[in-house]
Structures are given as C-alpha cells and as structure tokens.
Design a protein around this ligand. Structure first.
Ligand code: HAM
Length: 435
C-alpha cells in the first residue's frame, strides 16, 4: 500500500443471531399460526387453562427436580448471577416452573386436577443440529392433582396425538414405558447396577459415573460402545410392583379404547429425573423421525414433595414447536398462505395524503386489508407498488377528490374506473370483492 493511501475502513462484523437460535420471519407465520391455534383449541377442548411462568427461575429449582445429573441441568442450562447475587436459570423446560407456580398460588385448593397449558421459549445450551436448537418453543400440558389414575396418562397421550393430527401430522409413533415407583425402582436399580458392574471397563465415561449416581440413565446412553450392554440389560417391565403393573396395563387399555397404537419400549427412561411410572415419546413417521422426538412426557408424582408441597399425582407432556414445523415442511404439508391484500390506496397531493391516511384507518376498521405506499409522494411510484402487490382494486385520492369527499376506484384488471363518494366506499369495495 502506498503510504499516502488512506487505510481502507474496516466494516464492522455483521451481527448474527446467536448460535442455535433463530428468527421467526413473516414467511413462517402460517406455520406458527396453525400450531398456536391447534394448541389453543385442543387445550380448551380438554379443559386446560393457560399458565406462563417467568422465563427465569431460581436455578436450584431445576437442580432439585430435573436432576443435577441430567444433561439438561448438568450440561445445557444457561445460568446467570444477578446483581443481588441470586443464581437464576433461563428455563430449560417448563414443568418445574409450572409446579412452583402451582404451589405458590395455592392451586391445590382449586378443583383437582388442575389442567395447565403453556406455549413459549425454552433454552438449552446443546450442540445445534437437525431438530435441535438452543432456543426453541415448547407447547405443554400438565395435569396436576386429583387421583393417581391411569385415565389421565391416557388423556395426556391422546391429547398429544390429537394435537399432531390437528396440524396434519398423522400416524406418529408412540413409544411408551413404565419406570416404576419408590417401591419397585430401588430393587430394579440394584439389579441394573449388578449387571452393569460386570462390564464397567467397557462403558463410556458418562455411564461409569451414572452407574453410581443414576443407574436408570444407563438405559438412556446413546454411545455406540454402550449399546450392546443396554440391549441385554434386565427389563424393568418384568420387575414392576403389582400397583405399577396394573397402572401401566390400564393406561395401555385406555389407549386401545380410543384406537391409539403404541410400541412398548422397555429402554425408554427419558432425560429428566423426576419421572415415575408412565413415560413416553412421540416421533413423526417416515424419515422425519430423524428430527428427534416431536414430544415427550410422563408422570412425576414426587416432584411436588421435592419442592416443598404435599405428595401430588401429576403428569404432562411437552412438544417442540420447531420440530412440528420442520416435520410439516419436510412433508410439504401446505397451509393456507397469509391473507392477500386486495385493495391498494394511493394519493396525490398533501391534503389527499392526509385524507388517505384517515381512509386507511377506516378501511382497516371495516376489515378491508389495504396495501399502500403512502410515504411515496409520486402517484406513478405508488402505482408501481400496486402492480407488484397484484391487487384487484386501486383507490386514488387526488386534490379534487379530497375536496369532493370522493375517491377514484380503479379496477386494475378491467382497466375501468369510477368516482365513488367516500361515505359509500366501504360498501362499494365489499360489493366488488364479494366480502
Ligand atoms: P423433553 O423431552 O426434554 O421434555 O422436551 C420435550 C420436547 O421438546 C421434545 O420432545 C422436543 O420436541 C422438544 N425439544 C427438546 N429439546 C429440544 C431442542 N434442543 N431443540 C428443539 N426442540 C427440542 C420436557 O421438557 C418435559 N418438561 C416434558 C414434560 C412435561 N414432562 C412432563 N410434563
């Protein structure tokens, strides 16, 4: 570089959304609308009421419930220390926060069970990949209180399958298992430990640790080296106590009653610690199963006690909205496009511009969607935009129309136009557009 030349100004680096996080854009709107509407209408039809706990909660809430040993807490939780020295966490899931709110607001005094639903962002510092984000959206349903009756297990699963059907995701695969209770689980854990101790030298590092801290998680390991041991591990379903067996059998019978098919998967233990008895996961059919589970859930009858409440039967499910959308897109399921604007409003002159601004409000209030380029002063430039919008009608307000309180209505396909009094314009547009 010649020493007289000015050094080139370096452009600041462009900003990007944080890794694993994404923007939801207007082109995505039909998908989000479809899913939100389906979640709302299905939730209402089963008697659920909306609950939205704050995005931040005391980090200890998740340590105690989801489990210090779970990946979600041990590896993936976003935490922050406040100026007041509190350790808060961006919620890695909703269930503990919903239970905290249930207790805090004395909801156990309300008619049981309480059916609570939510729809919002969740954060996990996981490795981003297909179907896995660091910020994603959970649609969830929790049934808290009342009897420990398998009819609720079947209800939560049926609701989940119905929600998928409502967004046209048909024939999903439901995997279901029972992981027992305080009575039968310790026994099974011991058997599992005894079995795995014989292979300790061949297990992955995480499994060696799990063997002592949380043996059930051995069945959740995805490392290839641990798969053969997993396959030959003792089966929990054979070791369930009679109450857990009966609960599981009844859950399956209720599902059969409403025609829901299932696969019993004795290796399904789920990644969170609070579950007991029924656990399940739902996958899309075909190659969209690669996205990972569309939803998962189960019973958590001990969670309330862990956070200071009374023993309370409870269960729920959460579905990942982004995964549902990815499955819809991959299956090329078409959704109604965003509504198209059919009327263009243009002006010529300062007074006309003011009147056009007010007319747009009136049209909007009357339910007529208006395209416009009101900020452009040249009529020609405005009409060019009208061309791009592909509207059927253009309304043009000039100085003369502003004084006469009228507007020119131009039929863009026929190329004809007429003057219409402002007071009649809404009626006239609706007649023309047949709305
Ligand atoms: P989970 O299985 O951890 O369960 O998450 C539920 C659903 O959230 C998953 O099936 C998946 O669709 C979606 N999901 C999870 N992680 C990601 C990710 N990184 N990116 C995109 N989507 C993801 C729970 O969170 C429990 N709280 C569910 C529950 C409710 N159990 C009882 N009540």
């Amino acid at each position: 570089m010649n020493h007289k030349e000015k050094p080139k100004e370096k452009k600041p680096d462009a900003f990007h959304a944080p890794k694993g996080m994404h923007d939801i854009l207007p082109v995505d709107e039909p998908y989000w609308e479809k899913i939100e509407n389906a979640a709302r209408s299905i939730g209402r039809s089963y008697g659920f009421g909306r609950i939205e706990p704050p995005v931040l909660e005391d980090a200890a809430l998740y340590n105690k419930t989801s489990g210090e040993e779970s990946d979600v807490v041990a590896k993936e939780m976003y935490t922050l220390r406040t100026k007041g020295d509190d350790l808060l966490a961006l919620r890695p899931e909703y269930t503990p926060g919903v239970c905290r709110a249930y207790l805090e607001h004395g909801m156990s005094r309300l008619a049981p069970p309480q059916r609570l639903s939510y729809f919002g962002p969740v954060f996990r510092h996981d490795r981003p990949q297909l179907g896995r984000y660091r910020e994603f959206t959970q649609i969830g349903f929790e049934v808290i209180g009342g009897q420990n009756d398998p009819i609720y297990d079947a209800e939560i699963i049926t609701l989940s399958i119905n929600l998928l059907a409502e967004v046209k995701l048909k024939d999903p695969t439901l995997k279901i298992n029972s992981i027992g209770c305080r009575v039968c689980r310790p026994n099974y854990k011991r058997q599992l430990q005894n079995y795995y101790r014989q292979h300790v030298g061949e297990l992955c590092e995480d499994c060696v640790r799990r063997l002592e801290t949380n043996p059930l998680k051995l069945l959740d390991c995805k490392q290839p080296q641990c798969q053969p041991f997993k396959d030959r591990a003792p089966n929990f379903l054979d070791k369930l106590c009679s109450a857990c067996k009966a609960h599981f059998r009844a859950t399956l019978e209720y599902l059969e009653e409403v025609g829901i098919t299932y696969e019993v998967d004795a290796r399904l233990v789920r990644g969170l610690d609070y579950y007991n008895r029924t656990v399940f996961e739902i996958f899309a059919d075909g190659k969209e199963a690669e996205l990972g589970a569309l939803g998962g859930g189960g019973r958590y009858d001990y969670l309330m006690e862990i956070i200071g409440g009374h023993a309370t039967p409870a269960l729920g499910v959460a579905l990942g909205a982004e995964r549902l959308i990815a499955a819809l897109r991959a299956k090329e399921i078409s959704l109604a496009a965003r509504p198209v604007k059919k009327v263009f409003l243009a002006h010529a002159g300062t007074l006309a511009k003011k009147n056009a601004f007010a007319l747009r409000e009136e049209l909007r209030r009357s339910g007529i969607m208006v395209a416009e380029a009101l900020a452009k002063d040249s009529l020609g430039a405005q009409l060019k935009v009208a061309d791009k919008e592909g509207v059927a009608l253009a309304l043009i307000l000039g100085q003369r129309e502003a004084y006469e309180k009228s507007v020119i209505m131009r039929d863009l396909s026929a190329g004809t136009q007429e003057s219409v009094l402002l007071e009649k314009i809404v009626e006239e547009i609706k007649k023309r557009l047949k709305v």
